[in-house]
Structure formats: C-alpha cells, structure tokens
Design a protein around this ligand. Structure first.
Ligand SMILES: NC(=O)c1ccc[n+]([C@@H]2O[C@H](COP(=O)([O-])OP(=O)(O)OC[C@H]3O[C@@H](n4cnc5c(N)ncnc54)[C@H](O)[C@@H]3O)[C@@H](O)[C@H]2O)c1
Length: 354
C-alpha cells in the first residue's frame, strides 16, 4: 500500500513510520506540521529509506493536503496528527479545537475530493484510519468496569472533547458520504522517543537530574499503559485487515496507578543508573505530590477483546518488560532528550528549512 500518515514526526506516528519502513513493503508519505511535538530526529534511522517521503504541512491547509494526495496517490490515510497533551489543552484549548476538530474536518474534505476521483476498485479498497484515544469515554468508577467500543462518549478535558468531536466527524463522513473509515481508540502509550513533558519520560529525566518527581493529587489515578511498538503493530493490523466502519479499542491489559508507575521507574533506575546526583539517597525520595489537575479522570481501562478476537492482535510487551526497555532507551539516548529539552531539535529544523 501507499500510506499517507499525518503526524508521523510525533511519538506514536514516528514509531508507526519506523515499523512500516522496516517491517513491511508499504510506501510512506509523512505529512506533519512539525509543531513543538514533531521531531524529525525520531525518524533519523529511516529518513533515507527509499520508501519514505516527508512533507511539512498543516492538516488544516486543504489545498496543500489536496496536492499531496493527488501527487502521492495513497491507498490509505492514517490520521495521527493532533494536539495531544492534556495539560496544554487546559492552559490553551484553542489549538486543540483548531487542529483536532477543524483540521480533521479539512483533512476529511480533502480526502473526500481525492477519494471521489478514484476509479471504483481503488475507491472501494481505500481506507481512512482515524487514530484516537480512550479518553473520549471519560473515566470509570467501578473497579472492574472497562471501556468497550460501545461505551458512551463522556470526555472530560478540552483534549479529549476535541478528539471525541473528531471521532464523530470521521463516522459522519462514512455515514453521509460513504468514505471507508476505520477508528481505533487506544490507552496511554509509553516507550522510546516520548516527548519529555509526559509522565514516564519526565520522571526518568527529572530523576537523573535529581529534580522533584511531580505526582498529581494522591497519585492513585489508574491508567492502562501500552508499549508504543505494540500500538504501531495494532495500527498496521487494523489498516490492513480491519472491517470498514468498525471501531477497535486497543489496550495493554496493564492497569497501573500513577504512583506505582513512578515507583517502578525509580526502582529500575536504582538498578540501571546507580550513579546518582550528589546528596541523593534513593530516587524515590524525589517524589513530590502536587495539586491535582482540574477535571482529572480517575481511572481508564480498556477491553481490547474485539481486536484480539477479530484481528488476532495482542500486545507483545508486559508493563515490566516495556518499562525496562523504555528506561534503558532514555539512558542510552540522552542526547535526543537534551536536544528536545534545550529546543535545538527545532532550531536545527528551522535552520534547515530557512
Ligand atoms: N500518546 C498517547 O498515549 C495516545 C494514546 C491514544 C491515542 N493517541 C492519539 O494518537 C495520536 C498521536 O499521538 P502522539 O502521542 O504521537 O502525539 P504527539 O503530540 O507526540 O505528535 C503529534 C504530531 O502531530 C503533528 N501535528 C500537530 N498538529 C498538526 C497539524 N495541524 N498538521 C499536521 N501535523 C500536526 C505534530 O507536529 C506531531 O508530530 C493523536 O491523535 C493522539 O490523540 C495518543
């Protein structure tokens, strides 16, 4: 297939691009605006791959997206581009509305124009795969409750509300115009190349610097964690074998309290990075409880039974194995982290495109 990926320079998108290029024969066009979250250094290992192309563009720019579609002639679009950080959505929701809702609308319209022009056979085979989050379902209160594909939407944050809106638009474009869509809603991802503002990389890097490890509220919020490479494998399954119009929940069967995640990272660092900053006893001593995030969801947990039954996907990593790989990756790639932290990953890009 020829696959256009939006947001391929982000955390999950770059894992997907690397997987597609290394593990399959698909051709990839990565269309990414390169916001603060887009980092081409995450794609350094594949940037010269003969099946890879990159275009810097905003999904909200219908003309440029339309031109990319006509020139690249994709068989599928995998739409990951989004503003994705909940705390940023609370501080400034505007960009989330613009990219996640208006941008998705513009992308759907550009896609509809392109798809309508395809010959019948290619039209039927075409797929628009929208990548979304389990946060659209709101939070769970019963200890054994799980999100299924039919759980009603009840988003809590500007981020999850904007993703919920984009899911509705995608479904409407199928119902109204017949666009062959697929949707996936996934739990929290973690793994290599994760932007250091997110919990797991933040804790690893702060601990190595001897800085406080901030934990919201009592730290008892529960999240289901999925190793990013497992997510990439699931997305490739869905775009190749999923039933048009269906939604698949993707999860790691790995429910963890935030505080336990932070403690597990500290324990791994004791083993893998014993040389601590001067004066520090144990990494755990850095844990600091901070004021809870407004509207903070208490528990997310996914029933990933449908994708397992229908497409045969199960995660390959446990939380213990995935977290160990992640901590080791950060220890081995401190330069990537430093470039993100000091902003040089963006300066190099601006220099290159100037
Ligand atoms: N991170 C998670 O745990 C998680 C879980 C489930 C679903 N998701 C969803 O998966 C997708 C990818 O998440 P992520 O964590 O990789 O996000 P990310 O923030 O790391 O990356 C987003 C990418 O999209 C690009 N982008 C942003 N606005 C754009 C625009 N207007 N036009 C073109 N490109 C733009 C950015 O430059 C960046 O490369 C998102 O849609 C997110 O909602 C994420």
């Amino acid at each position: 297939m020829r696959i256009l990926i939006t947001g391929g320079a982000g955390f999950i998108g770059s894992a997907l691009v690397r997987h597609l290029l290394v593990g399959t024969d698909h051709e990839v066009l990565n269309l990414d605006k390169l916001t603060y979250a887009g980092n081409l250094e995450s794609l350094a290992s594949v940037e010269n791959h003969p099946h890879y192309q990159f275009v810097q563009a905003d999904i909200g720019d219908r003309e440029t997206v339309g031109r990319a579609l006509r020139e690249f002639q994709p068989d599928a679009i995998m739409h990951l581009a989004a503003e994705s950080h909940v705390d940023r959505s609370i501080d400034g929701p505007g960009e989330f509305i613009q990219t996640n809702i208006v941008g998705t609308y513009q992308l759907l319209e550009a896609t509809r124009t392109y798809w309508s022009s395809l010959p019948d056979e290619r039209k039927q085979a075409f797929r628009f795969h929208h990548i979304s989050t389990d946060e659209v379902y709101g939070d769970l209160h019963g200890a054994d409750d799980l999100f299924t594909e039919t759980t009603p939407y009840a988003p809590s944050s500007p981020y999850s509300a904007s993703k919920a809106a984009s899911d509705h638009l995608v479904r409407a474009w199928q119902r109204t115009y017949g666009l062959p869509v697929l949707l996936t809603n996934c739990s929290n991802n973690y793994g290599p190349f994760h932007f250091p503002e997110k919990l797991i990389p933040l804790v690893i890097l702060n601990a190595l610097d001897g800085k406080p490890l901030p934990v919201y509220g009592d730290g008892l919020q529960v999240r289901d964690w999925l190793f990013v490479e497992d997510h990439a494998r699931a997305l490739i399954k869905v775009v190749s074998e999923g039933q048009v119009g269906e939604t698949y929940n993707i999860g790691g069967h790995n429910e963890q309290k935030n505080i336990d995640v932070v403690r597990a990272i500290c324990a791994l660092l004791e083993e893998l990075a014993p040389g601590k900053p001067a004066g520090l006893g144990r990494y755990e001593d850095l844990i600091t409880f901070v004021k809870d995030r407004p509207g903070h969801d208490q528990r997310y947990a996914i029933d990933a039974g449908k994708i397992e039954r229908e497409l045969g996907w199960v995660p390959q990593e446990t939380f213990a194995s995935g977290l160990r790989k992640t901590v080791q990756w950060y220890l081995d790639n401190l330069e990537w982290c430093r470039h993100v932290q000091d902003g040089s990953y963006q300066r190099e890009r601006l220099g290159a495109s100037a």
